[in-house]
Design a protein around this ligand. Sequence first.
Ligand code: GKE
Length: 383
Amino acid sequence: MSEYKAKVCIGGGAGFIGSHLGKRLKDEGYYVVVADWVTNKFMKNDEFCHEFKLLDLRDLSSAVEACKGCEHIYNLAADMGGMGFIQSNQSVLFYNNTMISSNMIEAARRVGVKRFFYASSACVYNESLQLDPNNPGLEESMAWPARPQDTYGLEKLYAEEMAIVYAKDFGFESRVARFHNIYGPRGTWKGGREKSPAAFCRKAYCSASDFEMWGDGKQTRSYTFIDDCVEGIIRLMRSDCKIPLNLGTEEMVTMNDFAKLTMKFNGKELPLRHIDGPEGVRGRNSDNKLIRKHLNWEPSVKLADGIARTNKWIGKQIEIDRKAGIDVSQYAVSQVCKQTEESLDSAYDLSNSSKKKGLNPLLLGGITAVVGGALGFLFAKRK
Ligand code: GKE
């Protein structure tokens, strides 16, 4: 191990952001352990880690197993997706993510971690501050008083606080970044969990007569290219900044203009067809005053440049599917993921070879305590 800078663990390291981060840390000379309940579809394990541990981080002993011997822990593990997933899967992701976040921070304490990174989200912000599509930007302090739109954001906000108090109480450093819609090659691009950048590139490539858009398309967002995200995580982890920071760009765009941009890369100018769909907040943009102050840096990849690269990669994936005999005209529309209970029913399956079915009563007790604690905490903060 002495030939490496440090041994690090990435929870959720087989995911989109985690695998890019693992690759970068590996290239920089860290010994990278990745723990995840899935494998990466687009990269071989040895491209982004030295050790791959197939574990269910909803189980504390698995989280400890993932983290043991690691000086730095990056928790990017979460059951997540774009608006086609998080609005329609509130209970399941609430349960899964509460367990994962709580276990990873407690595992960090148990293994004596030096630095802990928690991947939070712009979804933590109060919905009432995101009603205006000309939203001037969300400053970090605006997360309180809390009223995130979905349970996804509420869990993230609670876990941020856990990372902060655990670090204070148990003598290690924690860092928290609020990601603003990260996109790029090798991300989820079909199936319903994809976010708008991948969905729009896919739809622009596959649509023939019009471009289907959830809502009136006047809703706004800002986006962050994956390379900027990885750079930001590493800079924040090495900094002395103990408070949550936005990790995003201030380049805000309407969904209508964003759709036109992705069509331009595909040589198309199709009319937009607006349909009902999960729209999320009305307007969201990052405010980067604090990241500039603390890191003397901010994400800089322009949306058009990042999308050019993402669009090319998605085009290749679509052609792979077409060659495999899949009718890619279906990719002109997006699905909404229906909530299913399989992941709840399979809790502990990966970590226990006995393959128990059904919810473990201890686990249920744990979730009740954690969620109850979270709600009590939020009400206390609001007063
Ligand atoms: N995903 C998707 N797919 N979104 C579409 C589509 C489509 O085919 N058509 C229109 N949209 C619209 C959505 O209705 C929403 O208004 C906007 O694009 C952005 O959707 P998104 O990229 O899926 O997700 P959000 O920015 O609303 O929210 C995401 O925020 C991130 C943090 O900034 C979350 O889903 C999280 O993935 C994440 O925390």
